[in-house]
Structure formats: C-alpha cells, structure tokens
Design a protein around this ligand. Structure first.
Ligand code: ZN
Ligand code: ZN
Length: 413
C-alpha cells in the first residue's frame, strides 16, 4: 500500500521533538521503512537512522554502481507555534537546561523527513530503471549542529556503503515550485559562542560596591554591533547576533554575572578567524572598561563549516532539475547566512556535496508580497512561529527533487 505522505507530514508536524530527542519521529520512520521493506538501522548517533536500498546486479562479483546518500534532518525547535494550522503543534519538551519549552517544526524538518520517505518509496518501486545503492540518512539534532558528527562518530560511514556523493535539501520561503541552488558556498559557516561576563554582585542601592555585569553586558552587546558595521568590508558577508542575554533575578540585586549567547556567520575560515578575533577583543575590552576583576569566559559551544556545493556536481544537478521542472524553476538564491551540518558527511567521506533549497510558499502570496515589497515582513521564514510551508505541492515537489537528484547520480539500466 502506498504511503499517505500528507498524513505522515501532518502527524510529524503535530509531534515535533527537540534535538537528540527524536525518538517518536524515529519510530514513525522505522515503521514506514519496514512497510516499504527497506533495510535500516536505528539509534545511530543517539536517535538517527540510516536505510539502504541495494540495487546492483552482481554485487558479489564486485560490480557496483554509484552510491548516493540522501539526507534529511529530523529535529524541531523550542518555538511556540502560531500558524493557526489545523495540525499545529501544541507539544512541549525539556531543553538541555532542564526548562519546559514549547516545541515546533519551525524549520520544516518534518517536510524533509516526509519527502525522503516518499522518495525512497518511489526509488524502491522503480529499481528496474536504475542501478546502484541509495543510502537514506535521517539525521538528528541539526539545530545543535551536532547530529551529523554524532552519526559519523557512531560509524554510519562504515556501517553503510560509503557515498560517492551526498545530497540534501531544505524547504525555504521561496515560491512553491522554485528550486534554489548554486555552486560554491551555499550556506555560511557559523559558531555559537557563550560569553560569561563576571562582575561583583551586591545590593541594588549600592552600585558603587559592585561591578555591574548588566551594564557590562549592555555595553558589550552595543559594541559588538560594530564588528560588522565598522570593521567588516561592506562587500563581505558577516553576521554577529546576540540571541540570548541572561542576568539577574530581582530588581534590587545586582547579579554577579551575565551570560550572552552569540551566533556568528561567515562565508569561509578566513572571515571566521577575523570575526572571532574582533568579538573576543571587544568582550575583553568592555569587561576591562567596567573594571571587571576577572576575565570573561568565552566558549565556542558549536561550530559549523560552510556548506560548499561541488561545482561540477551542482552544474549537473541544476541541468537535471531544469530538464525535469523547467528553466524558470531553478534559480541561484545567493549564499544563505544560515548554516548546516550536512557537509560533515561529505567532508568526512571526501566526496562532493550538493545541498539545495526548495520553495514552500503559495506562489500567489509570494508574488503579492514581492509586488508590495513586503517579503521580509509578510513571508514567515524558518524558525518563525508563523513558518508554515504549503503542504502541497511542497511535499510532492520535495519527493520529486530527491528522486530526480538521486537518479541523476545513480546509473541507468
Ligand atoms: Zn533551522
Ligand atoms: Zn533546518
């Protein structure tokens, strides 16, 4: 019986799970893979799965066609869904700090998982048309930037046929039907930094006896804005975002410390080194300006490489997409300042990667927003509480993209 992809998607959407907690999601995937008769292993890199379709005529004699890896990520985010969809999530989870948080598939990873299941169904049904091996990787914890490395550390590259190419896709606020792909840097490198500013706590009425980390944090956040605006070549891409700032518990207590969490983005390793150096200099100098008695603690929480698409494979895939979907459907979306951990699979195996974006917005809604110049304001992006990919044709498109891409790199019969 054919998979009901719409139902799988809405079910996953209703039941998002935080990074490294995707056990229900893994269960759904395992059940569907079993129904499709596809060989798989669970619990790789904690909650990940990998599945394989072996379709070589004479593998025993060493005749082996190409090995194509297709990757989908599985995790949701601590966001309270406000889409108003009938299948909106009301789920909650416990984050790594032990806090009870709302959970939402605000990045569309439910779409990625469902599209990959649909692609596997179609590839299994058409094994008389192609030759080679398909490995499907259902990866946990993309949002921590840790899931692909966890699967690699757990031996996914050795437990399954090693890839000749790694392919993956991400749903994005482009018009449905559009595919965005470019050779070279497709997504930025990123670091998550945790900065602890150390002051001296005391009574709110006696600031002269304290070193106030709240003021130190405020000055630091403002000064950090100059890394991009004053110290980066306007032609270069860099982002410095302070996404979280925590200090204090009560109005009349000056706390002893403040914690800032930063997200930094850049196109390459050189820019990374430059931005990190400037951030560190400002953090230390502001602490000193505040009279801090202890150096701030700067810790890199996670670090993601740039997502770089192989030139030759990308040209080949763009041509295949153009043939399949039409000339006007394939665009160069430019470099995205978001980051991904998909490229670890390709980097570790030493093989090409192609990672593309596909649109999930009603084309008419998109056209109207474009006409009124309100795309940034009116089209919710990934991680927004309003992020709601149009179920169809986005899902069918996601399946078609993966099948087209896999077939391009597999052998034909
Ligand atoms: Zn995301
Ligand atoms: Zn994502």
């Amino acid at each position: 019986m054919a998979l009901d992809l719409d139902a799988i998607y809405t079910d996953l959407h209703r039941h998002p799970e935080l990074s490294f907690q995707e056990t229900r999601t893994a269960g759904v995937i395992a059940q569907r893979l079993t129904e499709l008769g596809i060989e798989f292993e669970e619990g790789i890199g904690r909650t990940g799965l990998a599945a394989v379709i072996r379709n070589d005529d004479n593998a025993a004699a060493g005749e082996r066609g190409p090995v194509v890896w297709l990757r989908a990520d599985m995790d949701g985010l601590p966001v309270e869904e406000r889409t108003g969809l009938a299948y909106a999530s009301t789920a909650r989870g416990v984050d790594p700090q032990g806090l009870d948080v709302p959970v939402m598939h605000a990045c569309g990873h439910d779409m990625h998982v469902t599209a990959l299941l649909g692609a596997l169904e179609r590839l299994v049904a058409t094994t008389d048309e192609w030759r080679g091996t398909v490995v499907a990787v259902f990866q946990p914890a993309e949002e921590y930037g840790a899931g692909s490395q966890a699967m690699i550390a757990d031996g996914v590259l050795d437990r399954f046929p090693r890839p000749d190419i790694v392919l993956g896709q991400h749903v994005t606020p482009l018009p449905a039907g559009t595919i965005g792909v470019r050779p070279g840097t497709q997504m930025a490198a990123s670091d998550g930094l945790r900065v602890t500013l150390l002051g001296r706590g005391g009574h709110g009425s006696r600031p002269q006896a304290t070193i106030d980390p709240v003021v130190m944090a405020a000055a630091t956040v403002m000064r950090l804005q100059t890394v991009v605006s004053r110290e980066t070549d306007p032609r270069d891409v860099a982002v410095v975002t302070v996404g979280s700032i925590h200090a204090g518990l009560k109005n009349n207590i000056i706390p002893a410390e403040a914690v800032l969490e930063l997200s930094l983005r850049y196109p390459d390793d050189e820019a990374r080194a430059r931005v990190l150096e400037k951030v560190e200099r400002i953090v230390r100098a502001e602490a000193q300006a505040s009279g801090a008695e202890e150096e701030p603690i700067i810790k890199v929480d996670h670090s993601l490489p740039p997502t770089i698409n192989d030139d030759e494979a990308t040209a080949r895939l763009s041509a295949a997409f153009t043939r399949a979907f039409g000339d006007d459907k394939v665009v160069d979306p430019g470099m995205f300042t978001g980051s991904e951990d998909v490229s670890w699979f390709a980097r570790e195996a030493g093989v090409p990667l192609v990672f593309w974006f596909w649109g999930g917005v009603d084309p008419q809604v998109y056209a109207e927003a474009a006409a009124s110049g309100s795309i940034e304001r009116n089209i919710p992006t990934n991680h927004s509480p309003f992020f709601a990919p149009l179920l169809q044709p986005t899902l069918d498109n996601g399946v078609a993209n993966l099948v087209t891409a896999a077939r391009e790199f597999l052998a034909t019969r």
